[in-house]
Write a protein that binds this ligand. Sequence first.
Ligand SMILES: *Cc1c(COP(=O)(O)O)cnc(C)c1O
Length: 390
Amino acid sequence: MKKNNNKFETNAIRTQLKRTENLEHSVPLYLTSSFVFEDAEDMRASFAEEKERNIYSRYSNPNSSEFIEKVCQMEGAESGFAFASGMAAVFSTLAALLDSGDHVLSARSIFGSTHSLFTNFFPKWNIDHTYFKIDALEEIESLITPKTKIIYAETPTNPGVDVLDLEELGKIAKRNKLILVIDNCFASPYLQQPIKFGADLVIHSGTKLMDGQGRVLAGITVGSAELMDKVYRFSRITGPALSPFNAWVLSKSLETLAVRVDRHCENALKLAEFLEENDNVNWVKYPFLKSHPMYEVAKKQMKAGGCVVAFEVKGGIDAGREFFDSIKLLSLSANLGDSRTIVTHPASTTHSKLSVEERAAVGISDGTVRISVGLEHIDDIIADIAQALG
Ligand SMILES: *Cc1c(COP(=O)(O)O)cnc(C)c1O
């Protein structure tokens, strides 16, 4: 990626493919599986990687390249690869970097499928892991073994919206020569750029705030050119590449990321403040509420608090069910970062595979509600939640 002095919003719009002879204003869709060669020498040189060009869409495609370039600009990364889903990005990135016998130190509170990858699948390839508590980063160094290669974390976390100190994690990784991988999905590149704090690789599920309208699945990893080369070598062989159509949708979506996320955050903060005052609510968590235990850290590393608010309905599981059954306007769904506000019950959906103890360890009670605050008018969002709580 070539750095420039343009602001975030400008790069999100003006980073785009060169125009074709048709002089199109908006970048066209390149639905092609492969690309042709001029002659025998071109073919040889292309496969020998003596020139940078598209060969086959499993390796690269103009629409994917545009999407990757935009995210690299946003995250301050050297290079990237785009995947068919966030989990394809998580799996391929880790599988590309880890060898049999290696050890990963991961935060306890991570996305459910990532947790399952560490717990249920990596042991098959003799890849070990230890979970560290997110409120005790000072313990991390005591958990490092000679086999440890990667520190893995998300912030804010799902669904507890806890915040981890990225600067602290960056220092620990540097001191111990470990690779720091951050899943930055909950913040989006607009609110937080982990590379500034020492992350080596940043992963996103593009399905969430990046698309922002609940249409496509996508994932992306960006970071140092050296590590991304390993991720690219693995991915071009194993085939988790993003489809050109989804890449094209994502590149358009990123043009409006800043304005959308600004409104998501404004709405989420207003809803969090409303919930804090409500008598039927036990607790509320949102990174930019002063009552959040990591409020100062959130202020230091994030531009705003994000789109997700977590809270607990008073009255346990029965009151929780009644709350969900009373929602009229908003969606009961498991996605997040959508223009539509989504209300989720983690204990019976996204985290239902965890035991009660495991759920408690990541801050989920039976009554925990996760709301991904959308772009409807805030008065209508609050009105629906208020009547359901009543
Ligand atoms: C959704 C999500 C993922 C997985 O992304 P998919 O696109 O659903 O595969 C990974 N990490 C976090 C934090 C997520 O919210």
